[in-house]
Design a binder for this molecule. Sequence first.
Ligand code: SF4
Length: 283
Amino acid sequence: MSNERRAHFLATAVGLLEHLRLLLGERVCIPEAYSQNIPSMQQVAVEKSEPSLPPESTQRGRHFHFDVSTLVPMSRIFDDQDDFLAAQSLDELYQRIHTCTKCPLGTMRTNFVFGTGNPSADIVFIGEAPGADEDLKGEPFVGRAGQLLTKILAAIKLERSDVYICNILKCRPPNNRTPEPSEIEQCKPYLYKQLSLIEPTFVVALGLTAAETLLGRKLKMSHVRGKWFDFYGARLLITYHPAALLRNPELKRDTWEDVQELRRAYDEFLRSGNLPEPIGNAE
Ligand code: SF4
């Protein structure tokens, strides 16, 4: 058996085990020697296509293009609080907005939850809003749902540090209620500024609130999950929020299909620079 076939065989076997672990939890054990010794699917894909120089955009995502100032009323652009538009980096953006009290949630939070991960990630995951654990720690997706997200990422050979993770809202709504439209409208410019600094190639909306906010319309999860949308030059994929998987484990199978599609599209992008064909776009 050639090395390439062996690598594919092992990668497929470990992928199946990881799928089972996602469905059944830690009862499924993957020998460390396996997961450490096989090349990642990404490595295999890159080794396969020779000669293969990665497209320039894989070194620095340059797909998301959006004029954030269009989200901020003109009267507010000249407001001191809106100087976040001038931020040149994520750190600078954080410094400019972490004391925000534009909506009532700003006075209720323990911590402002900005986002975490690779500041030039190709893939950004966006959830709804911080929960209790996130509010306490000031970091997104650190509670049970966050731990599940970490496992989902590992199942497609991604570390949290490979991607960027954030939410539509930066402050926790009381009792984890669904964000109010007015809160989303106030906070959305921060998210888009964040995205315009990261310039991701792929965006994953976790849950319907994130998906509807990003696409700008009402959606039905069963119609849109696992499908690709154009998102200002990037590609947007919609799947379930990990908290929904904790409430309803039956959704794990669909989610597994969705993240496999993400992995497939990302590998294809790394190999050829091509993006998946979208079925719609943001409004
Ligand atoms: S949720 Fe957003 S808009 Fe509201 S106070 Fe927090 S940072 Fe500001």
